[in-house]
Design a protein around this ligand. Structure first.
Ligand SMILES: Cc1cc2nc3c(=O)[nH]c(=O)nc-3n(C[C@H](O)[C@H](O)[C@H](O)COP(=O)(O)OP(=O)(O)OC[C@H]3O[C@@H](n4cnc5c(N)ncnc54)[C@H](O)[C@@H]3O)c2cc1C
Length: 371
């Protein structure tokens, strides 16, 4: 790139903090850094023309975990760890709502439902049996009992007749959330450059050298918020996990309202603008879905369409309008990684399927690594 004096001086000199990735985490980190260091020069680098990982692709569930998800987490994490993560999800949602406002988010607290397939009677019974214990565990945080049993009033098929309801679950408009966040961050004075990919970084102790596909420059500190793509910059604890979704065309008289988890959360759906957004099915082909390639596959899309027809909308005629996918970051542990990577490099990654809830707080925690 043949930069002018003005371009070099204005955009690529005296950078205090360079953030890689303009998803929820990177932008929330930028916002928090600007609040803590108002005079600092902050530059966010994003490889896509829009954020191009998960933050503009997700389902917009504002949730802290279904009964089967929490029970599953308790199998591989201690009760203290599980509670901490639930608290983080709740705090993160609170921060997101404070930062952007419910109106801008299109936030609606319709509640969330867990559905169990016909074959999943044993899991349903086990969740029902453990529900009082989970309600007790969460009551000190939530004030009242979160989970209750309800009848299926939506006319779903091939599932258990009773559902588990969580009154605290909400949904938001993902596009509006990211639009509002981008606006707020830029208004605060943070520079964002799109269509630029960071290829490598070298920590030189006094500064970090950043090599991109367009040019090279340096920053005093560098913060990595690339989640599912983190291993490309050397954070090997994070693996990519693609998630595919579809959305229907508007459906007349649609009376499904809320967020829904089906088959241990392997599938999820919600209403939005008289449509159903439906995603999941990664477990059908875990190996293929361990990729950073944004694409769809026949096996998953066919299953999603089949479940829509047989289980979710058995009595409505509908057409699929759009398919898309996004990339999450996962690992052996569910907890995100927020840590100093080297003298001047920090990272906030591995947000799994929880980034709508925890992205704001992970971004803030990432910024707080800098003293
Ligand atoms: C289909 C789907 C549904 C989901 N549903 C929900 C949900 O309902 N509720 C929930 O809580 N979570 C959900 N999630 C998860 C949530 O979206 C993520 O956890 C969250 O968006 C992560 O935010 P992030 O900012 O950490 O990462 P990202 O949003 O992935 O941002 C990382 C950014 O870094 C950029 N980048 C990567 N490498 C480079 C590089 N080398 N140079 C420059 N830029 C780079 C990427 O383009 C990307 O924009 C879902 C995810 C998907 C994919």
């Amino acid at each position: 790139m043949n930069l002018s004096y003005w371009e070099t001086k204005t955009w690529f000199s005296y950078i205090d903090f360079c953030i890689v990735g303009s998803g929820i985490t990177g932008l929330s980190c930028a916002l928090s850094l600007k609040q803590r260091f108002p005079k600092s020069n902050i530059l966010v680098l994003e490889r896509g023309i829009l954020p191009n990982g998960a933050s503009t692709k997700n389902a917009g569930f504002a949730c802290f975990g279904s009964v089967s998800e929490i029970l599953d987490d308790l199998n591989s994490h201690t009760e203290e760890e599980v509670l901490k993560l639930i608290q983080k999800r709740l705090k993160g949602l609170q921060l997101l709502r404070e930062n952007l406002g419910d109106q801008n988010l299109g936030y609606k607290e319709y509640g969330g439902y867990e559905l169990f397939t016909k074959e999943d009677q044993p899991l349903f019974e086990s969740c029902k049996a453990h529900m009082p214990e989970l309600n007790k565990m969460l009551k000190p945080i939530l004030g009242i009992e979160a989970f209750s049993i309800q009848k299926d009033i939506f006319g779903f098929k091939n599932i258990q007749k009773k559902l588990i309801f969580n009154q605290f679950e909400g949904q938001l408009n993902t596009g509006r959330m990211m639009e509002a966040l981008l606006y707020k961050v830029q208004k605060a004075g943070v520079k964002i450059l799109n269509n630029i990919t960071v290829e490598s970084i070298t920590d030189r102790q006094d500064a970090v050298e950043i090599k991109t596909d367009k040019l090279e420059f340096s920053s005093s500190k560098l913060l990595i918020a690339t989640n599912g793509f983190a291993s490309q910059l050397g954070i090997t604890e994070v693996k990519p996990a693609r998630a595919q979704v579809l959305i229907t065309k508007p459906i007349k008289n649609l009376d499904i309202k809320g967020t829904f988890h089906l088959d241990k959360g392997y599938y999820y759906f919600r209403n939005i603008d008289d449509r159903i957004l439906f995603g999941g099915g990664r477990h059908l082909d875990f190996k293929t879905e361990e990729t950073t390639e944004i694409a769809k596959t026949e096996i998953i899309q066919q299953k999603l369409e089949e479940l829509l027809k047989t289980t979710i909308l058995p009595d409505s005629s509908f057409k699929v309008d759009q398919y898309w996918s996004g990339i999450m970051g996962v690992g052996s542990q569910k907890n995100p990684i927020v840590k100093q990577f080297s003298e001047n490099v920090y990272c906030g990654v591995r947000l799994g399927g929880m980034g709508v809830a925890i992205g704001s707080i992970i971004g803030k925690e990432l910024s707080e690594l800098i003293s």
